[in-house]
Design a protein around this ligand. Structure first.
Ligand code: PMP
Length: 436
């Protein structure tokens, strides 16, 4: 659309309204509710673009909530899927394709001696917790404020708590994320603030913790790197106290680099979980880790099931994705991501908008109103969310789709020309929301 003229999303609004008679709220995940001007309806995705029912072409930085690391509809993934569909869809048995997929992940991920596949991040998070409890004979899982490991009752605690109910920073209250959640499940968790090594050391010293479960780089509330020495310190404390270290790499895996956060930061967890970018938009998840632990699914009496685990078409998509995720891919795409991030930082500064742009080349976060980069959830929660959501709306109205919570996901299709077009829009949107 010509610059200056705002896009219209009326048709999306109409389709959502009409279909809310059939689908609750017109959406199939609560995370698709609530963004302004309303949930959108798309007809097609191609490269960095989504095309909606109003005829708008949007530069997309949701990237399937982080899944589309190769962009929308890449040829290699499409072809792999078509080939597998011709061979068959579901066998309820093994197929060579799932072993090929497993070998690729075990080669790429430092901690992955063994693996099991599932279909969603939430699901493999459950498998990780069960495994840790079985392996240690302990119940408590340390979970951090602001980290998200899926929507199930036993882990949906303190993912984004309001600060007035979150308790003191040094002793956070477990705050549930949904009505209907079994309140007794909070007893299985110990909630701590992230990036505070002393807090982990003190908690583990009680000797009752099965696992420390964390996003190795905090990507659900901000894009926050671990403080120097933090991951190493947590790992040492875990070893000292017989506690397992679990990395949730659902966002960071195959996005912070081929080997995920664990390779980038050089700390190898006992167990890690993956989903999202592993298969560029197909429902594949994985739990990987030490052979003796993951083998408990086979010989240790720990149940892990799923009709769709290692679904052959999804496995084909995964292999097609991994073939596209070369080291060269990451280097090349990082150049675009870094340039975009630097451009946004400069434009906001010029416009007089106080903001922190932090994170990684292919996943970064823009927080309005902060004087310094946030180091944990409490600091991030003090950002100007309302101000940023107005900026996100101003971007969308000019053809750039970003998450309201501040995250930007970059794919290999967000090349120089797309970055240029994005920065043009960022400039206009910043002008609109800047303090006058
Ligand atoms: N862990 C993390 C770090 C995530 O970001 C998410 C999804 N946003 C999940 C787990 C849950 O994954 P899924 O939505 O595939 O169930």
């Amino acid at each position: 659309s010509p610059m200056g003229e705002k896009l219209n999303f009326d048709r999306s609004a109409k389709v959502i309204a009409e279909n809310s008679r059939f689908v609750a709220g017109g959406v199939n995940s609560n995370f698709r509710l609530g963004m302004q001007p309303g949930p959108l309806v798309f007809e097609r995705g191609e490269g960095p673009y989504l095309f909606d029912v109003d005829g708008n072409r949007l530069i997309d930085y949701y990237c399937g909530m982080g899944a589309m690391v190769l962009g929308h509809n890449p040829l290699g993934v499409r072809q792999a899927v078509k080939d597998q569909v011709d061979r068959g869809i579901l066998f309820a048995g093994q197929a060579p394709i799932e072993f090929e997929a497993a070998r690729i992940i075990c080669e790429r991920i430092p901690s992955a001696e063994r693996i099991r596949f599932g279909s969603s991040g939430s699901e493999v998070a459950q498998a990780a917790m069960r495994l840790a409890r079985a392996a240690t004979g302990r119940r408590t899982i340390v979970k951090f404020e602001g980290h998200y490991h899926g929507w199930f009752d036993n882990i949906l605690w303190s993912t984004a708590p309001a600060l007035d109910v979150a308790g003191p920073e040094g002793a956070p209250t477990a705050v549930g994320g949904s009505k209907g959640q079994d309140p007794s499940e909070a007893a299985g968790l110990s909630i701590l603030g992230w990036n505070d090594l002393a807090a982990v050391e003190a908690r583990l010293a009680k000797g009752d913790v099965a696992a420390v479960f964390m996003e190795a780089a905090m990507c659900n509330q901000g894009a926050i790197s671990p403080a120097p020495g933090y991951l190493e310190g947590v790992q040492a404390a875990c070893r000292k106290h017989g506690t397992l270290l679990i990395f949730d790499e659902v966002i960071t895996g195959f996005r912070l680099g081929q080997g995920g956060a664990q390779k980038l930061f050089g700390v190898t967890p006992d167990i890690s979980i993956f989903a999202k970018a592993i298969a560029n938009g197909f429902p594949v998840a994985a739990i990987a880790g030490r052979a003796d632990l993951i083998d408990m699914f086979a010989t240790g009496g720990v149940l892990h099931g799923g009709t769709f685990n290692a679904q052959p078409v999804a496995m084909a998509a995964m292999i097609g994705t991994q073939q596209g995720l070369t080291g060269e891919h990451h280097e090349r795409t990082s150049v675009f991501g870094d340039r975009l991030q630097a451009g946004i930082r400069d434009i906001l500064k010029e416009a007089g908008i106080k903001a922190q742009v932090t994170g990684f080349p292919l996943m970064f976060h823009v927080a309005f109103g902060l004087e310094a980069p946030a180091r944990n959830y409490r600091e991030m929660a003090r950002s100007d969310k309302k101000g940023y959501s107005l900026f996100a709306l101003a971007l969308l109205q000019r053809g750039v789709r970003v998450l309201e919570r501040g995250a930007w996901f970059v794919s290999s299709e967000h090349k120089d020309d797309v970055v240029d077009a994005t920065l043009e829009v960022v400039r206009d949107a910043a002008r609109e929301v800047a303090p006058k």
